[in-house]
Design a protein around this ligand. Structure first.
Ligand code: PLP
Length: 376
């Protein structure tokens, strides 16, 4: 079967080999006589699935032993509340600072305001001149040298890949160098986790909804330094208290078992591909192909400041908005799915996560060339 190429921002494409293995194991997982969906989360079969998934994720991201890995529910937006409930009480001031770089970090910041003294450390909401180039709102990353991190802040929050705006920021700063050595860096990495090596040590907390670059919706990955545990606010539900969930090895209550299983298959697939360094090389090639074409065209454009263009989510506009509907219709006919841009940005967006092949990106670029030729 020839599947179409799926450019959805999330839930998103999964590796075909993973879907096939899951299909083959659907009725009987490894001779257990059960589907993974039918197993006790406390039985030996699921224990093996869960433990292997954690071990493979640790290996892929080189997660040090003094970090806990948690499999939670609630998604990225759930984590916007769960993270402050767990971390804002770390220091007496109950303060947290947020870097605003697009829609997702703005939402994170608004949610956190319920739980303590929240301030904006930096924002990209204004148009600005960046490295000599005029940039529109939410198309660049504020320079870390300009971030105002309060020394009493329990944590500083960052979204390191803004899925909607297409802004990716990998040079996670050392907060000690910004005058806040006791402030924990908290990163929403939902839409680019496992797309490249990440310096886990730079962060106190990394979280990601699984449905972008890992697996099915319903699973949230949390990676947290253990010395930050033990400060949850009294209102924090037990099922979302990192300390309790870590102690129970993600089985305090029933975790999203099937989603963990699929994520585990994706982790094994990633290891077979050569791990995150190999994924990074592939993602650089894929993104390069698309951005090079966009930059050479006067028919399409990407508005994001070049050094922080996302390798995962590539928004692009057509010269004439009236061509959006015909573009999407022709793309679907050419088996290129879910290219419509987010309504707040307009135009198109191609999400090219790990599971999107270079052939898929080539097919998209070929299609865009042909559309430009016939409508330009
Ligand atoms: C998709 C996304 C979210 C929201 O995830 P939900 O699981 O829908 O709550 C949060 N942050 C980022 C960066 C995302 O891409």
């Amino acid at each position: 079967m020839n599947r179409p190429y799926n450019f959805s921002a999330g839930p998103a494409v999964l590796p075909e080999a993973v879907l096939q293995q899951a299909a083959a194991e659907m009725l009987d997982w490894h001779g257990s006589g059960m589907s993974v969906m039918e197993m006790s989360h406390r039985g030996r079969h699921f224990e093996q699935i869960c433990d292997e998934a954690e071990a493979d994720l640790r290996e892929l991201l080189s997660i040090p032993d003094d970090y806990a890995v948690l499999f939670l529910q609630g998604g990225g937006l759930g984590e916007n509340a769960i993270a402050p409930m767990n971390l804002i009480g770390l220091r007496a001031a109950h303060a947290a600072d947020y870097v605003l770089s697009g829609s997702w970090s703005v939402k994170s910041c608004a949610e956190a305001r319920r739980y303590g003294d929240v301030a904006v450390a930096a924002t990209a909401e204004q148009a600005a001149v960046v490295d000599g180039a005029q940039q529109g709102p939410w198309t660049y990353m504020p320079d870390p040298a300009s971030w105002r991190v309060r020394p009493q802040a329990s944590y500083l929050h960052l979204c390191s890949n803004e899925t909607i705006g297409g802004v990716e920021f990998m040079d996670w700063p050392d907060l000690a160098a910004l005058g806040a050595p006791d402030t924990a860096l908290t990163v929403d990495a939902s839409s680019h986790i496992l797309s490249r090596p990440m310096d886990v040590r730079r962060a106190g907390l990394i979280y990601a909804g699984a449905q972008k670059n890992i697996g099915p919706a319903g699973l949230t990955i949390v990676i947290v330094r253990k010395d930050l545990l033990g400060h949850a606010l009294p209102i924090c539900p037990s099922a979302f208290d990192y300390t309790i969930v870590a102690k129970e090895r993600s089985r305090f209550n029933t975790p999203p078992t099937y989603a963990i299983y699929i994520a585990g298959l994706v982790f094994k697939w990633l290891k077979q591909q050569g791990g995150v360094a190999a994924m990074e090389a592939a993602n650089v090639a894929k993104a390069g192909l698309l951005y090079d074409y966009l930059d050479g065209s006067s028919f399409y454009r990407n508005p994001v400041h070049r050094p922080v263009r996302s390798r995962m989510n590539v928004p692009f506009m057509l010269r004439d908005d009236a061509l959006n509907a015909p573009f999407l219709q022709a793309a679907e006919a050419a088996h290129l799915l879910q290219l419509k841009g987010h309504k707040s940005v307009g135009g198109m967006r191609a999400s090219i996560y790990n599971a999107m092949s270079i052939e898929g990106v080539r097919a998209l670029v070929d299609f865009m060339k042909e559309f430009e030729r016939s409508h330009g």
